[in-house]
Ligand binder design. Structure first.
Ligand SMILES: [Zn+2]
Ligand SMILES: [Zn+2]
Length: 258
């Protein structure tokens, strides 16, 4: 079995055929789905999908691109829901910074503030973090080491395959591997992947984004995690069955689901 630890099922692009998307995945062996919080305006949709499907869970959080909505989000209300398994996705994303150097610095500080606040919530509610990192490895690592709780930990998703982040494996952090691993130009990730301790590997789609080969360019969906598992099996030189067992065990442990 596979657990898709990061799938935006609340995205409009799944509205029309959600049941088919889920059933295709289930038939392919994907048995649990976690919807990360990103944009609070679709969070109620994530809750609804989790209530209608026993194998779907959700997280509550604010993505660095949606920071403006952080103060209006009632974390307590969502976190007390029985299907809420994590805080996130939250983190730092310096990829799209715009404006003058000063404006960029101000934006970075705001992102850090909102990230720290969510790390604090992860400790307050004893829920692991789903961390989004893009072009911000050093700052993200610093904040996680300073504020996060090793025993609660979390998963680093969408991370730039940066060696710098590897040491976080010792601080309770897992590494979400997705479609990028199938891209021919993903040299960094291909180099780093074998260095990640196997007990810290988990699988994700990040659908509808980052579709793996051979489906690049299409909408991503959880069934395609099978291509990710296949590629991991080749790269790590272990049977695909072991990839599925290991990553499933890791995800169950991190998110405290069964
Ligand atoms: Zn992300
Ligand atoms: Zn995401």
């Amino acid at each position: 079995m596979i657990i898709d630890s990061h799938i935006h099922l609340d995205d409009k692009r799944y509205d029309e055929d959600l049941d088919e998307v889920l059933n295709r995945a289930r038939e392919g062996g994907v048995k649990r789905f976690i919807i990360p919080g990103a944009d609070p305006s679709t969070l109620d949709r994530a809750v609804e999908i989790s209530e209608q499907n026993s194998d779907v869970y959700f997280a509550v959080g604010v993505h660095p691109y949606d920071m403006g909505s952080f103060n209006d989000l009632d974390f307590e209300k969502y976190v007390s829901h029985e299907k809420c398994v994590a805080i996130g996705e939250c983190g730092l994303d310096y990829f799209r910074l715009e404006g003058s150097d000063e404006e960029k610095e101000a934006e970075k500080s705001r992102q850090k503030e909102v990230f720290i606040a969510q790390i604090e919530l992860s400790k307050k509610y004893n829920k692991p973090l789903i961390v989004h990192i893009r072009d911000a490895s050093r700052d993200s690592k610093e904040l996680l080491l300073e504020y996060a709780d090793n025993k609660i930990g979390g998963v680093l998703h969408c991370y730039n395959a940066d060696e710098e982040l590897l040491s976080l494996a010792k601080s309770g952090f897992y590494f979400g591997i997705g479609g990028v691993v199938t891209f021919k130009n993903a040299k960094k990730l291909l180099n780093v992947l074998p260095k990640i301790p196997q007990e810290k590997l988990i699988i994700e789609t990040d659908g509808p984004y980052l579709t793996p080969a051979p489906h690049r360019g299409e909408r991503n969906e959880p069934f395609y995690t099978t291509f990710v598992a296949q590629k991991m099996s080749e790269l790590l030189d272990i049977p695909i069955k072991s990839v599925k067992n290991i990553t499933t065990q890791n995800a169950l442990e991190l998110f405290h689901i069964s």
